[in-house]
Design a protein around this ligand. Structure first.
Ligand code: G5P
Length: 224
Protein backbone atom coordinates (compact mmCIF):
# COMPACT_ATOMS: atom_id res chain seq x y z
CA UNK A 1 0.00 0.00 0.00
CA UNK A 2 1.31 3.51 -0.79
CA UNK A 3 2.48 5.69 2.09
CA UNK A 4 -0.10 8.15 3.42
CA UNK A 5 0.36 11.88 2.94
CA UNK A 6 -0.90 14.52 5.38
CA UNK A 7 -0.94 18.25 4.69
CA UNK A 8 -2.34 21.34 6.39
CA UNK A 9 -3.29 24.59 4.68
CA UNK A 10 -3.27 27.76 6.78
CA UNK A 11 -4.21 31.33 5.95
CA UNK A 12 -6.46 34.17 7.02
CA UNK A 13 -10.18 34.23 6.16
CA UNK A 14 -10.56 34.62 2.42
CA UNK A 15 -6.98 33.65 1.59
CA UNK A 16 -8.15 30.84 -0.71
CA UNK A 17 -7.72 27.81 1.59
CA UNK A 18 -10.99 26.26 0.46
CA UNK A 19 -10.44 27.02 -3.24
CA UNK A 20 -6.87 25.63 -3.23
CA UNK A 21 -7.83 22.60 -1.11
CA UNK A 22 -10.47 21.68 -3.69
CA UNK A 23 -7.83 21.83 -6.44
CA UNK A 24 -5.45 19.70 -4.35
CA UNK A 25 -8.20 17.16 -3.64
CA UNK A 26 -9.05 16.91 -7.35
CA UNK A 27 -5.47 16.98 -8.64
CA UNK A 28 -3.77 14.74 -6.10
CA UNK A 29 -6.57 12.53 -4.79
CA UNK A 30 -6.38 13.74 -1.18
CA UNK A 31 -9.45 13.98 1.05
CA UNK A 32 -10.36 17.61 1.72
CA UNK A 33 -11.20 18.14 5.39
CA UNK A 34 -12.43 21.63 6.22
CA UNK A 35 -12.72 22.72 9.85
CA UNK A 36 -15.19 25.45 8.83
CA UNK A 37 -17.40 22.84 7.12
CA UNK A 38 -17.30 20.59 10.22
CA UNK A 39 -18.38 23.54 12.34
CA UNK A 40 -21.18 24.51 9.92
CA UNK A 41 -22.43 20.90 9.72
CA UNK A 42 -22.66 20.86 13.51
CA UNK A 43 -24.48 24.19 13.56
CA UNK A 44 -26.96 22.92 10.96
CA UNK A 45 -27.53 19.74 12.99
CA UNK A 46 -27.90 21.79 16.22
CA UNK A 47 -25.42 19.61 18.11
CA UNK A 48 -24.23 20.86 21.49
CA UNK A 49 -20.83 21.81 19.98
CA UNK A 50 -22.56 23.42 16.99
CA UNK A 51 -24.82 25.59 19.13
CA UNK A 52 -21.83 26.72 21.17
CA UNK A 53 -19.73 27.39 18.04
CA UNK A 54 -22.52 29.50 16.51
CA UNK A 55 -22.29 32.11 19.25
CA UNK A 56 -18.58 32.66 18.46
CA UNK A 57 -18.84 32.59 14.66
CA UNK A 58 -21.59 35.20 14.68
CA UNK A 59 -19.22 37.58 16.45
CA UNK A 60 -16.38 36.82 14.03
CA UNK A 61 -14.45 35.00 16.78
CA UNK A 62 -12.59 31.69 16.75
CA UNK A 63 -14.39 28.74 18.27
CA UNK A 64 -12.64 27.72 21.56
CA UNK A 65 -9.85 25.15 21.25
CA UNK A 66 -11.56 22.47 23.34
CA UNK A 67 -14.66 22.58 21.10
CA UNK A 68 -12.59 22.43 17.90
CA UNK A 69 -10.40 19.56 19.03
CA UNK A 70 -13.47 17.63 20.19
CA UNK A 71 -15.02 18.09 16.72
CA UNK A 72 -11.91 17.48 14.61
CA UNK A 73 -9.65 14.92 16.23
CA UNK A 74 -12.09 11.98 16.20
CA UNK A 75 -12.67 12.63 12.47
CA UNK A 76 -8.93 12.56 11.81
CA UNK A 77 -8.37 9.49 13.97
CA UNK A 78 -11.02 7.68 11.92
CA UNK A 79 -9.10 8.40 8.69
CA UNK A 80 -6.22 6.02 9.28
CA UNK A 81 -6.21 4.80 5.66
CA UNK A 82 -6.58 8.13 3.87
CA UNK A 83 -4.24 10.85 2.73
CA UNK A 84 -5.72 14.27 3.42
CA UNK A 85 -5.43 18.03 3.18
CA UNK A 86 -6.69 19.70 6.35
CA UNK A 87 -8.07 23.20 5.75
CA UNK A 88 -8.44 25.68 8.63
CA UNK A 89 -7.06 23.57 11.49
CA UNK A 90 -4.89 24.17 13.47
CA UNK A 91 -5.34 27.89 14.02
CA UNK A 92 -3.84 28.18 17.50
CA UNK A 93 -0.79 26.73 19.19
CA UNK A 94 -3.00 24.58 21.44
CA UNK A 95 -4.69 23.09 18.35
CA UNK A 96 -1.30 22.49 16.69
CA UNK A 97 -0.08 20.64 19.77
CA UNK A 98 -3.25 18.52 19.87
CA UNK A 99 -2.81 17.68 16.18
CA UNK A 100 0.85 16.80 16.77
CA UNK A 101 -0.15 14.16 19.24
CA UNK A 102 -2.54 12.58 16.70
CA UNK A 103 -0.51 12.45 13.49
CA UNK A 104 2.65 13.46 11.70
CA UNK A 105 2.36 16.13 9.00
CA UNK A 106 4.34 16.05 5.75
CA UNK A 107 3.68 19.59 4.51
CA UNK A 108 2.17 22.83 5.84
CA UNK A 109 1.08 25.40 3.25
CA UNK A 110 0.72 28.96 4.52
CA UNK A 111 -1.05 31.56 2.37
CA UNK A 112 0.16 35.12 2.81
CA UNK A 113 -2.36 37.40 1.07
CA UNK A 114 -2.53 41.23 1.39
CA UNK A 115 -5.22 42.54 3.75
CA UNK A 116 -6.95 44.71 1.13
CA UNK A 117 -7.28 41.67 -1.17
CA UNK A 118 -8.89 39.65 1.64
CA UNK A 119 -11.43 42.37 2.46
CA UNK A 120 -12.30 42.80 -1.20
CA UNK A 121 -12.81 39.04 -1.75
CA UNK A 122 -14.92 38.35 1.31
CA UNK A 123 -17.19 41.31 0.85
CA UNK A 124 -18.09 39.76 -2.55
CA UNK A 125 -18.65 36.20 -1.26
CA UNK A 126 -22.19 34.83 -1.30
CA UNK A 127 -23.34 31.30 -0.58
CA UNK A 128 -26.27 29.01 -1.21
CA UNK A 129 -27.15 28.08 2.38
CA UNK A 130 -28.64 24.62 1.76
CA UNK A 131 -25.71 23.21 -0.29
CA UNK A 132 -22.92 25.54 0.97
CA UNK A 133 -22.02 26.31 -2.69
CA UNK A 134 -19.75 29.38 -2.66
CA UNK A 135 -19.81 32.19 -5.22
CA UNK A 136 -17.77 35.32 -5.57
CA UNK A 137 -19.48 38.16 -7.39
CA UNK A 138 -16.17 38.90 -9.26
CA UNK A 139 -14.09 35.67 -9.32
CA UNK A 140 -16.83 33.05 -9.88
CA UNK A 141 -20.24 34.76 -10.08
CA UNK A 142 -23.52 32.84 -10.37
CA UNK A 143 -25.06 32.73 -13.85
CA UNK A 144 -27.96 34.88 -12.64
CA UNK A 145 -27.24 37.63 -10.10
CA UNK A 146 -28.24 36.65 -6.54
CA UNK A 147 -29.46 33.08 -7.21
CA UNK A 148 -27.91 29.61 -7.02
CA UNK A 149 -26.98 28.07 -10.42
CA UNK A 150 -28.40 24.64 -9.59
CA UNK A 151 -31.56 25.30 -7.57
CA UNK A 152 -32.41 28.89 -8.50
CA UNK A 153 -32.77 29.63 -4.76
CA UNK A 154 -31.57 32.95 -3.27
CA UNK A 155 -27.94 33.38 -2.17
CA UNK A 156 -27.05 34.92 1.18
CA UNK A 157 -24.01 36.59 2.73
CA UNK A 158 -22.68 34.68 5.80
CA UNK A 159 -22.83 36.57 9.09
CA UNK A 160 -19.05 36.36 9.49
CA UNK A 161 -18.41 37.84 6.00
CA UNK A 162 -20.31 41.01 6.90
CA UNK A 163 -17.95 43.99 7.41
CA UNK A 164 -18.04 44.22 11.25
CA UNK A 165 -17.28 40.52 11.83
CA UNK A 166 -14.77 40.44 8.98
CA UNK A 167 -12.36 43.05 10.37
CA UNK A 168 -12.33 41.30 13.76
CA UNK A 169 -11.56 37.93 12.10
CA UNK A 170 -8.66 39.31 10.04
CA UNK A 171 -7.10 41.13 13.00
CA UNK A 172 -7.33 38.09 15.25
CA UNK A 173 -5.88 35.66 12.69
CA UNK A 174 -2.44 37.32 12.63
CA UNK A 175 -2.00 37.19 16.42
CA UNK A 176 -2.92 33.55 16.91
CA UNK A 177 -1.31 32.17 13.74
CA UNK A 178 2.21 33.46 14.43
CA UNK A 179 3.26 30.83 17.00
CA UNK A 180 1.74 28.08 14.82
CA UNK A 181 3.71 29.29 11.80
CA UNK A 182 6.88 29.50 13.92
CA UNK A 183 6.33 25.92 15.13
CA UNK A 184 6.03 24.49 11.61
CA UNK A 185 8.94 26.61 10.38
CA UNK A 186 11.10 25.11 13.14
CA UNK A 187 10.01 21.62 12.05
CA UNK A 188 11.11 22.41 8.47
CA UNK A 189 7.72 21.62 6.88
CA UNK A 190 6.37 25.16 6.31
CA UNK A 191 5.95 26.47 2.73
CA UNK A 192 4.66 30.04 2.38
CA UNK A 193 3.05 31.44 -0.77
CA UNK A 194 2.39 35.17 -1.29
CA UNK A 195 0.32 36.76 -4.06
CA UNK A 196 -2.96 38.55 -4.67
CA UNK A 197 -4.24 35.85 -7.00
CA UNK A 198 -5.00 32.14 -6.38
CA UNK A 199 -4.32 31.30 -10.02
CA UNK A 200 -0.76 32.66 -9.67
CA UNK A 201 -0.08 30.68 -6.49
CA UNK A 202 -1.55 27.39 -7.68
CA UNK A 203 1.28 26.27 -10.07
CA UNK A 204 3.83 26.63 -7.24
CA UNK A 205 1.70 24.61 -4.82
CA UNK A 206 1.11 22.01 -7.49
CA UNK A 207 4.89 21.66 -8.13
CA UNK A 208 5.57 21.39 -4.39
CA UNK A 209 3.03 18.60 -3.96
CA UNK A 210 4.23 16.77 -7.08
CA UNK A 211 7.68 16.69 -5.49
CA UNK A 212 6.48 15.74 -2.00
CA UNK A 213 3.71 13.23 -2.55
CA UNK A 214 5.12 9.70 -2.83
CA UNK A 215 5.39 8.61 -6.48
CA UNK A 216 3.42 5.37 -5.91
CA UNK A 217 0.49 7.38 -4.54
CA UNK A 218 0.54 9.77 -7.54
CA UNK A 219 0.69 6.82 -9.96
CA UNK A 220 -2.30 5.18 -8.23
CA UNK A 221 -4.22 8.46 -8.46
CA UNK A 222 -3.40 8.97 -12.16
CA UNK A 223 -4.41 5.40 -12.98
CA UNK A 224 -7.81 5.76 -11.23
P1 G5P B 1 -13.66 28.72 7.70
O1 G5P B 1 -14.78 28.23 6.88
O2 G5P B 1 -12.39 27.95 7.79
P2 G5P B 1 -12.20 31.07 7.08
O3 G5P B 1 -12.74 32.35 7.53
O4 G5P B 1 -10.89 30.72 7.63
O5 G5P B 1 -13.45 30.17 7.25
P3 G5P B 1 -12.82 31.21 4.48
O6 G5P B 1 -13.51 32.50 4.78
O7 G5P B 1 -13.68 30.04 4.11
O8 G5P B 1 -11.87 30.89 5.62
P4 G5P B 1 -10.79 30.54 2.60
O9 G5P B 1 -11.22 29.11 2.65
O10 G5P B 1 -9.39 30.88 3.00
O11 G5P B 1 -11.78 31.50 3.33
O12 G5P B 1 -10.96 31.10 1.16
P5 G5P B 1 -11.95 30.65 -0.03
O13 G5P B 1 -13.31 30.36 0.50
O14 G5P B 1 -11.26 29.66 -0.89
O15 G5P B 1 -11.96 32.02 -0.84
C1 G5P B 1 -12.62 33.14 -0.30
C2 G5P B 1 -13.42 33.83 -1.43
O16 G5P B 1 -12.48 34.39 -2.37
C3 G5P B 1 -14.30 32.86 -2.24
O17 G5P B 1 -15.47 33.56 -2.62
C4 G5P B 1 -13.44 32.53 -3.48
O18 G5P B 1 -14.24 32.18 -4.61
C5 G5P B 1 -12.69 33.84 -3.68
N1 G5P B 1 -11.36 33.71 -4.26
C6 G5P B 1 -10.44 32.73 -4.09
N2 G5P B 1 -9.32 32.99 -4.81
C7 G5P B 1 -9.53 34.18 -5.44
C8 G5P B 1 -8.76 34.99 -6.33
O19 G5P B 1 -7.61 34.69 -6.70
N3 G5P B 1 -9.32 36.16 -6.72
C9 G5P B 1 -10.58 36.54 -6.35
N4 G5P B 1 -11.07 37.71 -6.80
N5 G5P B 1 -11.35 35.80 -5.51
C10 G5P B 1 -10.83 34.64 -5.08
O20 G5P B 1 -14.13 28.95 9.22
C11 G5P B 1 -15.31 29.67 9.51
C12 G5P B 1 -15.34 29.97 10.99
O21 G5P B 1 -15.35 28.74 11.72
C13 G5P B 1 -14.57 28.84 12.90
C14 G5P B 1 -14.12 30.29 12.97
O22 G5P B 1 -15.06 31.03 13.70
C15 G5P B 1 -14.10 30.71 11.50
O23 G5P B 1 -14.21 32.10 11.34
N6 G5P B 1 -13.42 27.94 12.82
C16 G5P B 1 -12.51 27.78 13.78
N7 G5P B 1 -12.39 28.33 15.02
C17 G5P B 1 -11.34 27.96 15.77
N8 G5P B 1 -10.40 27.09 15.35
C18 G5P B 1 -10.47 26.50 14.12
N9 G5P B 1 -9.53 25.63 13.72
C19 G5P B 1 -11.57 26.85 13.29
N10 G5P B 1 -11.95 26.47 12.05
C20 G5P B 1 -13.06 27.14 11.78
Amino acid sequence: MSRLFRAVIMGPPGSGKGTISERIARGFGLQHLSSGDFVRENIAASTEAGNLAKTYIEKGLLVPDHVMTRLLLPRLEAMTRHSWILDGFPRTLAQAEALNSTCELDVVISLNIPLETLKERLSHRWIHPASRRVYNMCFNPPRVQGVDDITGEPLIQQEDDKPEALVARLRHYKDVAKPVIDLYKAKGILHTFSDTDTDHIWPYISSLLSAKIPADRLDAQRAS
